[in-house]
Design a protein around this ligand. Structure first.
Ligand code: FDP
Length: 341
């Protein structure tokens, strides 16, 4: 009998138990983070269940469409946003929320305020919803360092000030990947228990990978370093094998694969979108935080991504993230370009 495997099956490390263990290292901690996280987990479980039955429950389609009974249907991303906002406000642990779905930040009423600010994309990769491809929720968490009225200044802070970040991927299994600044840990939802169980402790990204992930349809508008980098992936000059291209077009899925298999994910600037497409607060920062915690790097084309100081809550930035050595290569190409100018 394999006792070790048996122990693994019977001694379940749920995400709550994991975070409580982490918290016990800080005697002054009052459990606020655990409460906040359990509300995020609740949102993820809700979205997971909604995504699984989206086709059946007719949750796909455009917001504002009416169903067969003439009732207005909520699009899955609008529904997910409502659930997250309500779960986060009711946690009593948040003061400012920034969601991809809402133009303005949400300031929590004073009686329900807490010390955290959460930036999130409730359902990222929404163009993939209707065809059943993996999508996800991305979140980043800051702490308020004052007790004055909350403002957007509380979230317009560099990513290196985040205290935690993560994503939940709704794919062939539902997986939540989290970092509280002490490595990256992956939890898989056991649907029969309704619990996220630690299945991928201390994820480390390979130092170098053999996959690149980018929307090559934009290639005609790329700048010199990006064009050269992708050219090198396909036609390496040092005799190494060409890299494989994988692009789902759903950031959570593409970043998740990059984290586990290694390689690079890039959404660069191009002539049409000089700031790229992805949003700093709830796409670039959380994923960059996770990459660095896993031993990789994240670069904007100009600087370390986590050092960027956003000026607007829905600001965009180019991003290159993944295996340490792969990002090092693109950094060298940008450095060489800068020297020329
Ligand atoms: P989507 O437009 O489907 O919501 O920022 C959102 C995002 O998806 C990311 O998840 C994804 O990486 C990227 O956009 C895909 O953009 P392209 O279609 O331009 O490649």
């Amino acid at each position: 009998m394999d006792h070790e495997a048996d122990a693994y099956r019977t001694d379940l490390m749920t995400i709550t138990r994991f975070v409580l263990n982490e918290q016990s290292k800080y005697p002054e901690s009052r459990g606020d983070f655990t409460i906040l996280l359990s509300n995020i987990v609740l949102g993820c479980k809700f979205v997971c269940s909604a995504v699984n039955k989206a086709g059946l429950a007719k949750l796909i389609g455009l917001a504002g469409e009416t169903n067969i009974q003439g009732e207005e249907q909520k699009k899955l991303d609008v529904l997910s946003n409502d659930v997250f906002v309500k779960a986060l406000v009711s946690s009593g642990r948040t003061s400012v929320l920034v969601s991809e779905e809402d133009e303005e930040a949400t300031f929590v009423e004073s009686s329900k305020r807490g010390k955290y600010c959460v930036v999130f994309d409730p359902l990222d990769g929404s163009s993939n919803i209707d065809c059943g491809v993996s999508i996800g929720t991305i979140f980043g968490i800051y702490t308020m360092n004052h007790t004055d009225e909350p403002s957007t200044e509380d979230v317009l802070k560099p990513g290196n000030e985040m205290v935690a970040a993560g994503y939940c991927m709704y794919g062939s299994s539902c997986m939540l990947v989290l970092s509280t600044g002490t490595g990256v840990h992956g939890f898989t939802l056991d649907p029969s228990l309704g619990e996220f169980i630690l299945t991928h402790p201390d994820i480390k990204i390979p130092t170098k990978g053999n996959i690149y992930s980018v929307n090559e349809g934009n290639a005609q508008n790329w700048d010199g370093p990006t064009t050269k980098y992708v050219e090198n992936c396909k036609f390496p000059k040092d005799g190494s094998p060409a890299k494989s291209l994988r692009y789902v077009g759903s950031m959570v899925a593409d970043v998740h694969r990059t984290l586990l298999y290694g390689g690079i994910f890039l959404y660069p600037a191009d002539k049409k979108s000089p700031n790229g497409k992805l949003r700093v607060l709830y796409e670039v920062f959380p994923m960059s935080f996770l990459m660095e915690q896993a031993g990789g790097q994240a670069f904007t084309g100009k600087q370390r991504a986590l050092d960027l100081v956003p000026e607007k809550i829905h600001e965009r930035s180019p991003i290159f993230l993944g295996s340490y050595d792969d990002v090092e290569e693109i950094k060298a190409l940008y450095a060489a370009e800068e020297k020329k100018n």
